[in-house]
Write a new protein. Structure first.
Lengths: 332, 279
């Protein structure tokens, strides 16, 4: 228990410290544009991954519609933001719109979750995948959201320098919610449902209610992150938030480790920064994801691989080498 | 005018321990049954269990014992009959609501939350009785600390029944088999039941562990003042601690009564050992 708490605390401190360094560099002008432009996407992906981790890691259900909820958040939040732009300064407008975007996304999470959460495993994954695509197509065909041309968000566009404080608050909030939820009675109930649904019902837990709550919290943060993301562009198209993006978020969660918050954060940073670092390989990015994902699955689940990893652990190797030398000496 | 109808005997034979005879029974089933397709898995199951009775449900393999547990906890929906818990019909309640109404159970094939710790396995069962909402849980308000403290103390109290306090922070899945069975009983107790259903609590235990378990079950009954209904193949345990026994064969009750009655009942002997060849 204590170890877990320390780890949580350490994660928070590290996140805050990292942001402090980045913020200092950004505001003193020491960051290249290429890097400062990555700060907001990285923050958004961290929020998306940590919130999806709530569904995948804590609840143990596979959801492939996370980009859909984000999309709902982007368009509802940005539309409100555009409407309010002449009347409210950014300090009040952006947080308000993020909350609105989150709430609308949570409502959609509720609508989708109500029928879908009666399913489990692959079936739920298929239904959430379809729901994400439906949301994308509906938004693409609405006049209100600018149709296929996308929504013009030029009036509310803000530079990374302006957006970073909000991103920091959102990332910290998501991290705290996820970590503290895990160690509360609701979190225990959610993990109990993941471990054994029948036993969870037998001790009086309302399985559907908990699943729905988790789904809605995850959708809320996806929506809030979406609104923030929308302010980072001058134009947003629903078509870019398709199942590819949902899979990308899932890849981050799996790479970081199911249920692990620090893992999700690290994986989000790497997977967002990586395509920038190797732009010339951009075509092979999805291929690389697939290979890495397969390797991680193999390493995590097969006994042979685990054994191999254990054997090539640096500490083990050093120990074995030392032993060998001692033996050789004795032999001589 | 209709013809005068002949009277038939309809009262069911029901037994209660003398201690509980003046109180209303905790559980009563009337003609409870379920059919899977054309198969009558359980048929006309009538049982009455007293407030503080330790009752046994025995029968050969496949007799329908676990099915009855699943009917009582609504894992299966009964196709006919009524279940009265503390005199109230529990028709239409879900498995979770049945637990709130007062029935807690363990499983034949252990179903623990294996990635949670031993303590968490118990505190998760107290979920409805820990008083704080999700908001105070996430933002660690005073009610969170208070609720968690009470839950922790109660969990430790329960663990002390089986002297398992030292394992509190171990993963439930890493416990040895016997300890997992005991933890399941504690988890069920943590829901404050009035009726505890134990599905083969002594399975896989050695004789000394079984003897200890018998004492534990009695102690649990005495301290919590609850009724226990258990399925068990260990006849030593059943005959030792059960006050009333129901014998099931092919989904039907073939005998009811005290351990002595059951041991000498020819039908029971036939169900277990087969018929003597006519000379």
């Amino acid at each position: 228990m204590k170890k877990k708490k320390n780890l949580n605390f350490l994660t928070l401190i590290l996140v805050i410290a990292a942001y402090a360094v980045v913020a200092f560099l950004l505001y003193s002008g020491g960051l290249k544009r290429q890097i400062s432009n990555m700060l907001i996407p990285i923050s958004v992906y961290i929020v998306l991954a940590v919130s999806l981790n709530l569904v995948v890691g804590l609840l143990g259900e596979l959801s492939l519609g996370h980009a859909g909820f984000m999309s709902v958040g982007i368009f509802s939040g940005c539309l409100v933001s555009i409407a309010l732009e002449p009347y409210l300064p950014m300090v009040a407008r952006l947080p308000l719109c993020m909350i609105i975007g989150g709430l609308v996304a949570a409502f959609f999470g509720f609508l989708v979750g109500l029928p879908a959460l009666r399913l489990k495993g692959d079936y739920l994954a298929i239904v959430t995948l379809a729901c994400g695509e439906i949301i994308k197509n509906v938004i693409t065909n609405l006049k209100l959201t600018g149709g296929a041309l996308g929504l013009n968000t030029g009036s509310i566009y803000s530079a990374p320098k302006q957006l970073l404080p909000y991103a920091i608050v959102l990332v910290l909030l998501t991290t705290i919610v996820m970590m503290n939820l895990k160690n509360s009675k609701q979190g225990r109930a959610i993990m109990a449902i993941r471990d054994n649904r029948i036993a969870a019902e037998s001790i009086g837990l309302n399985v559907t209610r908990f699943k729905l709550v988790v789904f809605m919290i995850a959708a809320f943060f996806a929506g809030a992150a979406g609104t923030l993301y929308g302010h980072f562009f001058a134009n947003v198209k629903a078509a870019s938030f398709d199942y590819n993006m949902s899979i990308e978020i899932l890849v981050i969660v799996v790479l970081g480790g199911m249920g692990s918050v620090p893992g999700s954060i690290i994986a989000a940073i790497i997977l967002v920064a990586l395509p920038e670092a190797m732009r010339s390989f951009a075509d092979y990015r999805m291929l690389l994801y697939a290979i890495v994902l397969i390797l991680v699955m193999l390493a995590r689940n097969s006994a042979g691989m685990k054994n191999l990893l254990e054997r090539i652990k640096p500490t083990k190797l050093i120990n074995r080498l030392a032993k060998k030398q001692v033996q050789e000496k004795e032999g001589a | 005018m209709a013809e005068r109808s002949k009277l038939v005997e309809v009262t069911r034979k029901a037994y209660l321990p003398e201690r509980d005879a003046d109180k209303s029974p905790v559980l009563e089933t009337v003609n409870l049954g379920i059919t899977f397709g054309g198969l009558k898995a359980v048929d006309d199951f009538n049982v009455t269990i007293g407030r503080t009775e330790i009752a046994g449900l025995i029968g050969p393999n496949g007799a329908g014992k676990t099915t009855i547990f699943n009917l009582l906890t609504k894992v299966y929906q009964p196709t006919h009959g009524t279940i009265l818990l503390e005199g109230k019909d529990i028709h239409g309640l879900s498995t979770a609501q049945i637990n709130h109404a007062g029935i807690a159970r363990t499983f034949q094939n252990i179903r623990l939350f294996s990635n949670l710790t031993v303590e968490e396995n118990i505190t998760v069962a107290m979920e409805p009785r820990i008083k704080y909402n999700m908001f105070s849980g996430i933002f660690r308000l005073p009610s969170y600390w208070k609720g968690e403290k009470i839950a922790h103390e109660r969990a430790m109290e329960l663990l002390s029944i089986f002297h398992m306090e030292d394992f509190a922070s171990a993963k439930a899945g890493s416990l040895p088999y016997g300890a997992q069975r005991r933890l399941e009983i504690l988890r069920a107790l943590a829901t404050n039941p009035c009726l505890l259903l134990l599905d083969e609590p002594a399975a896989g235990m050695n004789p000394s562990e079984t003897a200890e378990l018998m004492e534990n079950i009695r102690a649990i009954r005495d301290t919590f003042q609850i009724a226990v209904l258990l399925i068990e193949h260990d006849m030593n345990l059943v005959m030792n601690i059960c006050e009333g026994i129901v014998v099931l064969n092919f989904g039907r009750v073939i005998a009811k009564g005290s351990p002595d009655d059951i041991q000498n009942n020819p039908e029971v002997i036939e169900a277990y050992l087969g018929k003597k060849k006519e000379a």
